[in-house]
Structures are given as structure tokens and as C-alpha cells.
Design a protein around this ligand. Structure first.
Ligand code: 13P
Length: 253
């Protein structure tokens, strides 16, 4: 059965001291919970991964990277490879975030390559996608999301899907305080699960966790997560505050 996942994307926030303080607080909060069917993940910046991982190692909090390069190694100044991530014990990486797509020109084709490299290195991929406001206004959102998913991850074999988590993040809801309504999220998530079912069959579709991201807060998490096809969230702003993030985790319990 698929699990709830509450993942905190710290983005380009938190220096080393702030990262340590946040993970310590979060570990203490998570240690006091009984997580039966919920995974908790945080994704700090690259420079803070090792320290955060060390502080989280005896807890249920998992640590993920926010990005990685598609090549094995070589002359790619400033980049980080999958092998570097696994060499520090990481098990997951976020790929395809809309900020990477928008500000760093990451295309579906590039993301397909990154996904392949990550999986070849046994990294779980939290694969993000979502429409911009104009797509929704013009009622193209289902079409846009379908094409991001097909072009980014439908080249995979069914067996690879045990290492895939999907994250629907409508761009108009990221950092804006405006969330998709629980119904809008459910409609899209059901559509996504339908696409996966069509391509890979019922088992893969039923087992993949589909997260919602975009202005999830303690006040709205429970209602969004209560929808059938919403299996948790990818959290930005609220993940930078341990008590807010902790309350969002509680919304899955
Ligand atoms: P916010 O929760 O700040 O809207 O960010 C969502 C997000 O982009 C998570 O990856």
C-alpha cells in the first residue's frame, strides 16, 4: 500500500547553523510521533546535506537532495552527481521542480535523463511537475501535466516505479499563499493516477504516492490530505518552521 509522504523542500534557505537548529527541532518533534504509514523527508541545500543527515540519522527523518546532474562525472563546474549523493548515504532526490524548470531551463528531455541517472544509482526520485496560471485559465492544465509526466518519466519500466514519487505542484500555488482547493488537487491527482494506470497497470498506479505542493500550511493540510488520491505534500515555506512542518505531518496521522 502506498504511504503518505511529507517532504520539506528547504530551497535556497538556511545556513549551516539554521539548518542544524531546524533539523534538531524537527527530529525532536518527529521522535514524539508514531508514524505508521507516513514518511518524513527534508531536502536541505547541498552544502548542508551531510550535517543534516548526521543529525537526523537516528530518527525517522529522511534526507533528500534538491537536484543533481545527469552525467556520471566530469567537467561540469558547479554540479553534483548522483554518485556523490549516494556516497554520503542519500536515498532520494527531488527532480523537475518548477523553479528548476523556470529559472534553470530544465526541459522534459533533460529531466528524463536525470531521472534515468538517478534510478540507475538507486536513488528514489521525487518527480515534480505542474501547470502555470495561464495553463489553468485556458483549461490546458490536464494536457500540460500529462505531457510533463509522459515526457519526463514514461520511458521507465514498470519495475522502476517502486522508486518514483510524484509531486503535483501547480506553479500558481507555490509561495503565493494560494492553494489549489482540495477538489482541484483531488481532480488532478486522480487524473495523474489514471495516466499511470493506463501506462503501467493498476498495481503501479495504486502504489505510487502522489504529493501535492503549493502553499500547504497547518491550516489547510488536513483537508487536502484527506482526499483519496493525495498522499501527502511537498512543502516549501512551512517546512522552514519545525512546528508548522510538524503540524503538517500530524495531518497525515
Ligand atoms: P510553498 O509551500 O512555499 O508554496 O512551496 C511549495 C514548493 O515549491 C515545494 O517544493
Amino acid at each position: 500500500m502506498r504511504k503518505y509522504i511529507v517532504a520539506g523542500n528547504w530551497k535556497m534557505n538556511n545556513d549551516i547553523n539554521e539548518s542544524k537548529a531546524l533539523i534538531n527541532e524537527l527530529v525532536a518533534a518527529v521522535n514524539s510521533k508514531t508514524l505508521t504509514n507516513t514518511r518524513v523527508v527534508v531536502a536541505p541545500t547541498f552544502v548542508n546535506l551531510v550535517n543534516v543527515q548526521e543529525l537526523a540519522k537516528d530518527s525517522a527523518v529522511e534526507v533528500a537532495a534538491q537536484n543533481m546532474h545527469q552525467a556520471k562525472s566530469g567537467a561540469f563546474t558547479g554540479e553534483i552527481s548522483a554518485e556523490m549523493l549516494t556516497s554520503i548515504g542519500l536515498k532520494s532526490v527531488i527532480l523537475g521542480h518548477s523553479e528548476r524548470r523556470e529559472y534553470f531551463g530544465e526541459t522534459d528531455a533533460l529531466l528524463a535523463e536525470k531521472v534515468t541517472t538517478a534510478l540507475a544509482n538507486n536513488l528514489e526520485v521525487i518527480f515534480c511537475f505542474g501547470e502555470v496560471l495561464e495553463d489553468r485559465k485556458s483549461e490546458n492544465h490536464f494536457k500540460v501535466v500529462a505531457s510533463q509526466i509522459k515526457n519526463g518519466i514514461f520511458h521507465l519500466d514498470a519495475s522502476a516505479w517502486s522508486n518514483i514519487v510524484l509531486a503535483y505542484e501547480p506553479v500558481w500555488a507555490i509561495g503565493t499563499g494560494e492553494t489549489a482547493s482540495p477538489e482541484q488537487a483531488q481532480d488532478m491527482h486522480a487524473f495523474i493516477r489514471g495516466l499511470v494506470k493506463e501506462q503501467y497497470g493498476n498495481d503501479v498506479a495504486e502504489n505510487v504516492s502522489i504529493l501535492y505542493g503549493g502553499s500547504v500550511k497547518p491550516a489547510n493540510a488536513k483537508e487536502i490530505f484527506s482526499k483519496n488520491d493525495v498522499d501527502g505534500g511537498l512543502i516549501g515555506g512551512a517546512a522552514l518552521n519545525a512546528s508548522d512542518f510538524s503540524a503538517i505531518i500530524d495531518a497525515t496521522l
